[in-house]
Ligand binder design. Sequence first.
Ligand code: APR
Ligand code: PHB
Length: 397
Amino acid sequence: MENKKTQVAIIGAGPSGLLLGLLLDKQGIDNIIVERVTGDYVLGRIRAGVLEQGFAKLVREAGAAEKMDRLGEIHDSVEFAFNDERIELELKKLTGESVIVYGQVDITKDMMEVREQKGLETVYEASKVQPHDVKSNKPFITYTKDGKEFTLECDYIAGCDGFHGVSRKTIPNDVKTEYEKVYPFGWLGLMSDTPPINPHLIYAKNNRGFALASMRSKTRSRYYIQVPLDDKIEDWSDEAFWEELKKRMPKSARKNLVTGPSIEKSIVPTRSFICEPLQYGKLFLVGDAGHIVPPTGAKGLNLAASDVATLYKIMTRVYKEGDEKCIEQYSPIALRRIWNGVRFSWWMTDLLHNFDEKKDDFDKKMENSELKYFLNSDAGKKVIAEQYVGLPYEDLE
Ligand code: APR
Ligand code: PHB
């Protein structure tokens, strides 16, 4: 067994772990990331691409924003469509803020590269990763790498290991409460090197089901359509996808749809999940390890970033001011923003998708009227816009 030592041990080299690691390094706080798969495998998972300004500011502070700021697109608006009726939500005008369209895979790659350039340690392909003694003053992680066993001693453990990770499982069932809502549909996503159908994202509510027109750049588009959960990717040829997407896009946009071969096609399940608490002794759950949202509000990555922001402030105060007590602020602060993000994502999902057989015609009329009220009143638009661009991060007491 080989022994290693660090201040903050981070499990998982996804966007949460990488961003936290770079920010801690900025404050001279030593950290080592232990990741189960290879870096390429981490980058192989296609995810979303709408960044709140809060996230962008953190990436700049972490020193990994050069490409995001050079290649990312600033979007001052987003569009909603009801069948053929289109409504533009002017985010910038309503809130003073805009969002950045830049792929999660790209920002993850940028952070990986900066971490490597700085010579910060990341152990890829570590198996049997297990946190130990997280309620003691000497927590540690064990893992196996290249057939050799390692112990990584630390002061704190950041569980950035996603929904299927080991960290949340480390919190005893009689201590944690897990809230979950699984939706009876998925999002079939297709990426293509074709120009986007529209300069802004279009969230389309359609009698045939939900659809989203998004992009990665002026030459790369990302589209999604709502499909039954038991659909298989084999059921959907590119042609079938384009045909169905076209029917769900507002008529006036259809003529601008450029189709082409898919470079990626996958079905993502949609669920809301929250674990409480997010801190257990010296272990913190960060990002998808503690919560999952359906992609409708583009909040997954951004909620992970706000967790990182809070933990970063806390670790800085612990190591700079010796204030160990402030670690208890992590869970309540993070959960306040998470529950709001989960509610916004659930609300958008509920109103924009057709799924609840239990909803009768009266319910459906109510839904349409609710969404139309919000999107046609200044007050209503502001409510959606301020949540879409991201609510401010909370400071420590
Ligand atoms: N040991 C080590 N690493 C692990 C383990 C384990 N037992 N289990 C999982 N991991 C790694 C995964 O391989 C992955 O690289 O943890 C990482 C978790 O990364 P993400 O799932 O991307 O989670 P997070 O960094 O919190 O990013 C959240 O990802 O899913 C999107 O919508 C979500 O955008 C949000 C973002
Ligand atoms: C994406 O570009 O992949 C995307 C954008 C907005 C969402 C979800 C996904 O709400």
